[in-house]
Write a protein that binds this ligand. Structure first.
Ligand SMILES: NC(=O)C1=CN([C@@H]2O[C@H](COP(=O)(O)OP(=O)(O)OC[C@H]3O[C@@H](n4cnc5c(N)ncnc54)[C@H](OP(=O)(O)O)[C@@H]3O)[C@@H](O)[C@H]2O)[C@@H](O)CC1
Ligand SMILES: Nc1ncnc2c1ncn2[C@@H]1O[C@H](COP(=O)(O)OP(=O)(O)O)[C@@H](O)[C@H]1O
Ligand SMILES: [K+]
Length: 582
C-alpha cells in the first residue's frame, strides 16, 4: 500500500531533508518546478515540440515559488509565458522570492485580476498548495475566467481549443488533508479545477477524498529525490502506523496462498473446504432475500469454503429455488441463531442486506454479537412433526469437526467475525445495547446515510462547512467512528475509507485510473458485505478483510466495465483472480 501524506507530514519530511543537509529549499523548489514541466510534457507530448503559450498564476507562498520556476523553464523552452501574482511580491517567502526575482529578469508579473486565459495553451494554477489555510477570496476577474472555463471547454469563448489547466500540488481552493473546498463568504458561480495535478514526493491524503479527485483531473507524482527519515524504534513505528493513511492497492499476498493458513493449527495440512471457513449470511423475509443471496454469492466466490444463508422459515422455499452451491437453513430468531452458532466452524457472519428491522432481526443481531444466551438444545421433534426451523434444509455441513481457525478466539463465545451492513446498521443506531456489544472482530460498512444515523455528531462535523485548513475529513470521521465502535469501520463511497480502532486507516479509491462510477448500482454494497464476510471466514483479520474486499470490489467493476449490475460482481472475481495470477 502507498502511504498518503498530510500537509504537516510533507512539511516534516521536507524540513528533515533540508535540516540534514541533503538538499536546500531552493533546490527542492527547482526540482518541483522542473518536475511539473516534465509532467506537462509527459501528459501532452505534443507540447514538447513547438512554441506554445502559458499563463502562470502564482500565489503568496512556495506554491507560487514553484509557479515562477515553471514560468522560467517554459520560457527557456521557447514558450510565450505570462505570469500573474495573487499577493504581494514583497511578502513572498525567501525561496519563492528568489524565483520571483529570477523570473523578473525574464518577464513581467501582472496583477492577477488582469489574467486572461484566452490565448493560453496551458494555465498553471500555482496560487495555493498545501499551505491553504482558509477560504480563498478569488478575485472577481479570475472568477469570471474560471467560470467560462476550461475543464471541458463547454463555455470556452476563446478562438482556439481551451487551455489545459495544470494544478501544482493541488487545486488551489482545496485543503490538502481533506480534499474539501475551503469556503468563503464570497458567492461565485464557478469552481476551480484542473486537467492535471502534479504533486511532490507522495500523493496527499486529500487527493483521494471529497472534491479533490473530480477537481484535479489526472494525478502525477514527482519524485523530489528526498529520503524519508528512518524510524529506529518499534514504538515510533507503531505511533507512525496510527498516524498514516494508506492507499489500498493490489494485495501483496496471494489470496489463496499460505499466509492465510497462519492461524490454522496445521498449516501444512491439505486444504479442505472447512479449512477455508464457513460464512453464514442472515437474510430477510420472503420477497426480500435478493440482497442476502448477493452477499452469500460474494462470500462464496471470494473463497469461503462454505456459505449458508440463514432465512426465516417462511422464506426457505423462495431461497431454495434460487440457491445451489450456497447452503440454506431456516433461522427463525435470535435463539435459534445462538444455537446454530454453537457450531464453531461457522466463523464469519454477515447481517444487514435485505434483513429487515423487526424483532426477529434485532434478536439476530444480538445473537451474532454474542448477547443472546444459547438456549438448551431443543427436544427432538415427535415423529410426524415437521418444519423445524433450525435444521439444515439442504446441503448440510454435518461432517466431522476439523480444527478451524476461530476468529476472535479468547474474546468469549460470541466474538465471531461479524459484518454489519444496511438494516443491521440502522438497528445498531437505534439500540445502545447492540452498539455497545460491538467488538474488535466486527466490521461496519455504512454508506453516508447509515454513517450519519450511527454517528450523527461525527457526521455533523463532516457536513459542517469547511472554512479553515486542515478541515475535518472523511479520514478523521472514519477513524473517530472506529475508535468509538471499537471495530473496523468501512465508510463507503468512491472514496471508501477503512479505519481500525487502533488508528490504522486506508483509502480505497475508485478515482483517477481506478474510476468505476458504474459500481454505484443497486446491490453492489450487499456484494461488498459478502466479500468481507468471505475473507473473514478465510481467516483474514478484519482490517485486511475490509481493505482487500473493497479493492477487489472495485477491481471487479473495472474488469466488467459499464453495464455492470450487482450480480456480475461475484461472477467477475475468477477473472480478476486470474489477472492477479492467484
Ligand atoms: N513541502 C514540500 O516538500 C515542498 C513544497 N513545495 C511547494 O510549496 C508549497 C507549500 O508552500 P507554502 O507552505 O508556502 O504554502 P502555499 O500553499 O504556497 O501558501 C501559503 C501562503 O498562502 C497564505 N494563505 C493561505 N490561505 C490563504 C487564503 N485563503 N488567502 C490568502 N492567503 C492565504 C498563507 O498565509 P497564512 O495562512 O500564513 O496567513 C501563506 O502565506 C507546496 O504546495 C509546493 O507547491 C515545493 O516547492 C518543494 C517541496
Ligand atoms: N461513484 C462511485 N464510484 C465507485 N464506487 C462507488 C461510487 N459510489 C458508490 N460506490 C460504491 O458502491 C457501493 C454502493 O453500496 P451501497 O450504498 O450500500 O448500495 P446498495 O445498498 O445498493 O448495495 C459501495 O461499495 C460504494 O463504495
Ligand atoms: K495549486
Amino acid at each position: 500500500m502507498t502511504e498518503l501524506l498530510t500537509a504537516a507530514q510533507m512539511r516534516a519530511i521536507e524540513q528533515a531533508a533540508i535540516a540534514n543537509g541533503e538538499v536546500t529549499g531552493l533546490e527542492l523548489m527547482e526540482r518541483a518546478g522542473r518536475g511539473v514541466v516534465e509532467a506537462i510534457f509527459a501528459e501532452w507530448p505534443e507540447l514538447r515540440a513547438g512554441t506554445f503559450r502559458a499563463v502562470v498564476l502564482c500565489g503568496p507562498g512556495n506554491n507560487g515559488g514553484d509557479g515562477f520556476v515553471v514560468a522560467r523553464l517554459l520560457k527557456e523552452w521557447g514558450w510565450g509565458v505570462e505570469v500573474f501574482l495573487y499577493g504581494d511580491a514583497e511578502k513572498l517567502p525567501p525561496d519563492a522570492r528568489v524565483n520571483y526575482e529570477r523570473w523578473r529578469g525574464m518577464g513581467e508579473v501582472g496583477w492577477i485580476r488582469a489574467a486572461d486565459f484566452n490565448r493560453a495553451d496551458v494555465v498553471v494554477d500555482a496560487i495555493f498548495g498545501i499551505g491553504l489555510s482558509r477560504g480563498f477570496e478569488i478575485p472577481a476577474a479570475l472568477n469570471h475566467e474560471y467560470h467560462h472555463f476550461l475543464r471541458d471547454g463547454l463555455w470556452w469563448t476563446g478562438e482556439t481549443r481551451p487551455p489545459y489547466i495544470v494544478a501544482i500540488d493541488i487545486t488551489s481552493e482545496l485543503d490538502a488533508d481533506s480534499g474539501r473546498r475551503l469556503e468563503t463568504s464570497q458567492e461565485w458561480g464557478g469552481e476551480m479545477g484542473a486537467h492535471l495535478t502534479v504533486t511532490f514526493h507522495a500523493p496527499k491524503v486529500g487527493h483521494y477524498l471529497d472534491s479533490a479527485p473530480a477537481a484535479g483531473g489526472r494525478l502525477r507524482v514527482v519524485d523530489l529525490g528526498i529520503d524519508v527519515p528512518e524510524l529506529d524504534s518499534w514504538d515510533e513505528r507503531q505511533v507512525r502506523q496510527r498516524q498514516i493513511v494508506q492507499r489500498v492497492e493490489r494485495p501483496e499476498w496471494n489470496i489463496w496462498g499460505p499466509s492465510l493458513t497462519k492461524r490454522n493449527p496445521e498449516p501444512s495440512a491439505p486444504a479442505h473446504k472447512f479449512s477455508h471457513g464457513h460464512a453464514l449470511v442472515l437474510s430477510g423475509p420472503p420477497g426480500h432475500g435478493g440482497a442476502g443471496r448477493l452477499a452469500a454469492r460474494g462470500a462464496l466466490r471470494i473463497g469461503a469454503g462454505l456459505v449458508t444463508v440463514g432465512c426465516p422459515p417462511e422464506a426457505v422455499a423462495e431461497n431454495a429455488a434460487r440457491l445451489d452451491a450456497v447452503m440454506l437453513r431456516g433461522v427463525a430468531d435470535g435463539e435459534v441463531l445462538a444455537r446454530v452458532l454453537e457450531d464453531r466452524r461457522i466463523n464469519a457472519l454477515c447481517l444487514g442486506p435485505g434483513l429487515g428491522m423487526g424483532e426477529r432481526e434485532a434478536g439476530l443481531v444480538a445473537a451474532a454479537l454474542g448477547l443472546a444466551e444459547c438456549p438448551p438444545p431443543p427436544t427432538p421433534p415427535h415423529k410426524g412433526e415437521g418444519g423445524r426451523d433450525d435444521l439444515p434444509t439442504r446441503g448440510t455441513d454435518a461432517s466431522g469437526g476439523l480444527p478451524l481457525p476461530l476468529v476472535g478466539r479468547g474474546q468469549g463465545r460470541g466474538a465471531r467475525a461479524v459484518v454489519l451492513d444496511a438494516d443491521a446498521l440502522t438497528m445498531l443506531s437505534r439500540s445502545p445495547e447492540l452498539f455497545d456489544a460491538l467488538h474488535k472482530t466486527c466490521v461496519l460498512t455504512p454508506h453516508a446515510g447509515e454513517f450519519a444515523r450511527l454517528f450523527p455528531d461525527i457526521a455533523a462535523k463532516l457536513e459542517a462547512p469547511a472554512v479553515r485548513g486542515p478541515a475535518y475529513s472523511k479520514v478523521d470521521a472514519t477513524r473517530e467512528a472506529a475508535a468509538r465502535a471499537g471495530c473496523v469501520v468501512l465508510f463507503k463511497g468512491p472514496d471508501t475509507v477503512i479505519a481500525a480502532p487502533d488508528g490504522r486507516c486506508a483509502i480505497n479509491s475508485a478515482h483517477y485510473d481506478r474510476a468505476a462510477p458504474w459500481l454505484a448500482t443497486a446491490g453492489s454494497g450487499d456484494v461488498l458485505a459478502g466479500f468481507i464476510a468471505g475473507l473473514l471466514a478465510r481467516g483474514f483479520a478484519p482490517f485486511d478483510a475490509a481493505c482487500t474486499a473493497a479493492w477487489l470490489h472495485v477491481e471487479c467493476a473495472r474488469s466488467f466495465g459499464p453495464g455492470l449490475i450487482a450480480e456480475d460482481l461475484p461472477e467477475e472475481l475468477p477473472k480478476v483472480f486470474r489477472a492477479l495470477g492467484v
